[in-house]
Design a protein around this ligand. Structure first.
Ligand code: FAD
Length: 421
């Protein structure tokens, strides 16, 4: 009972925690199915790039951390072919294609041009621009699930510290650490963010929500018995991360982040509906397209939460442009910090999720041409999403959706356990 959430998730929108729970019972099975299709299960990522922040950094050697890369033959054939033909692996080429997309009036031609751009996902003002593309590998997300890896302690805290201490999350309150090495201002109390303006509060809630989602995945997919290789729910771990009333604001931020990403998916709906989900596996591709259409058309979305997040209310003040630039640069730094995560699997999911958030931000807040203009909402006709962005956005929503489900399950189990004691 103590962990029950009530009221509205965000003051702007008429969407309650109960609405989200109800909606998620329909959204989650759809997303679970969608991310298992070929298009959404292969993500191209560089998990070996150097950490720009701490030269002494090294990868962790925990077995549970390692990522299994795809054999070349497993990568969808049309994607391999595109790369063998050297399609569009440079920024210049991407920019040329963008201008051709923007100047075409026929949506089908625009989509065909977009597909030429291949996998990249770099043409995003909210992402750090990578040096090169040589070290990128395809990873099958289904055989590298996000779960407990044993990555913890000073190294992991240093990353969360660096993330939360980006300028937009700075607070006046001095740090009170809940563990020896964690000194982010956030540790002063996760929910104590009165002094943040609405825009900064949105960013803080997005990061905290993503952090809560990672925590939920760890507690729900824990190595219970190492000898027997048994995985399952760890209620003690859950209690510590999310399961007590004092930590409720982390869970509230998870719900907020879910609605934010859901709004981005709905807004990009027309583009996602006509995207070519093409992996060469006709049945799976047809399933992916049909499920995506079903998601976008869900009647429950309109009845339960017609406006999950209202992006139109942000950047309204006189300093809107400067504020957006400050937050953009802070978020780009966060995408760089991901190179320092000291565990391959955590880095894989950290990178996927930050690209997912960057894609949601791009859909809701940025002009696709990075011109620095201040559109609160880019027009859909000029929105360009590359394959990796689409994959990351949908997988991110599935992560958040699964985390809400885990939270419900584990809270009930914890309550039953505590009641029995
Ligand atoms: P941490 O989760 O490390 O949190 C540090 C401090 O942040 C807490 O003491 C608290 O003050 C504050 N805090 C915690 N949660 C929130 C929140 N939601 N909002 C605001 N403040 C908060 N480990 C795995 O086992 N599997 C993974 O897949 C995995 N992926 C990771 C991905 C990234 C990008 C990072 C940085 C770490 C990842 N980790 C993963 C490590 C994991 O997140 C924890 O750091 C680790 O389990 C240690 O947990 P902790 O209890 O010390 O608290």
């Amino acid at each position: 009972e103590t962990c029950k959430l009530s009221g509205h998730v965000d003051e702007c929108c008429n969407c309650t925690y109960q609405d989200v729970d109800r909606l998620n019972t329909v959204v989650h099975p759809l997303l679970r199915h969608l991310v298992r299709t070929a298009f959404f299960r292969y993500f191209k990522v560089n998990i070996y790039c150097d950490c720009p922040l701490w030269p002494d950094d090294s990868m962790c050697s925990l077995r549970a951390c390692s990522v299994c890369e795809c054999e070349q033959s497993e990568v969808p054939q049309p994607w391999r072919q595109q790369e063998e033909e050297g399609w569009c692996n440079t920024n210049q080429c991407a920019a040329e294609l963008d201008s051709r997309v923007n100047s075409t009036v026929d949506p089908d031609t625009a989509v065909r041009l977009l597909n030429l751009k291949g996998w990249r996902g770099f043409n995003n003002p909210w992402m750090a621009e990578p040096e090169g593309t040589d070290d990128y590998q395809y990873v099958n997300l289904l055989i590298n699930p996000e779960r407990y890896t044993g990555y913890a302690g000073d190294h992991a805290h240093r990353i969360w510290n660096a993330i939360y201490s980006q300028s937009c999350f700075q607070r006046q309150t001095p740090a009170v650490t809940s563990s020896s090495s964690f000194s982010s201002p956030v540790a002063a109390g996760d929910g104590d963010d009165e002094e943040l303006c609405p825009e900064k509060r949105v960013f803080y809630r997005l990061i905290s929500g993503m952090h809560a989602s990672i925590s939920a995945h760890i507690s729900a997919n824990y190595l219970i018995n190492e000898e027997r290789g048994l995985w399952g729910h760890n209620l003690t771990d859950f209690r510590k991360r999310l399961g007590t009333p004092e930590l409720r604001d982390r869970v509230e931020n998870l719900y907020f982040a879910y609605l934010f990403v859901l709004r981005a998916v709905m807004k990009a709906g027309p583009l996602l509906a006509r995207y070519e989900y093409m992996t060469g596996l006709a049945d799976e591709d047809a399933t992916a397209a049909a499920l995506m259409q079903q998601l976008i058309d869900l009647p429950e979305l309109r009845s339960s939460c017609p406006m999950p997040f209202d992006e139109g209310r942000l950047w309204k003040g006189g300093d809107g442009l400067a504020l957006r630039e400050e937050l953009r640069s802070a978020f780009v730094n966060i995408t760089r910090i991901m190179d320092c995560v000291g565990c391959e699997k955590c880095k894989l999911w950290g990178k996927l999720q930050t690209l997912g958030v960057a894609t949601a931000l791009k859909v809701l807040f940025s002009s696709s041409d990075c011109s620095g203009a201040l559109p609160t909402a880019p027009s859909l006709s000029t929105l360009v999403l590359e394959r990796n962005e689409v994959i990351a956005l949908v997988n991110l929503l599935e992560r958040f959706s699964a985390s809400i489900e885990y939270y419900r399950q584990l809270s009930a189990e914890l309550q039953a356990q505590e009641g029995a004691e």
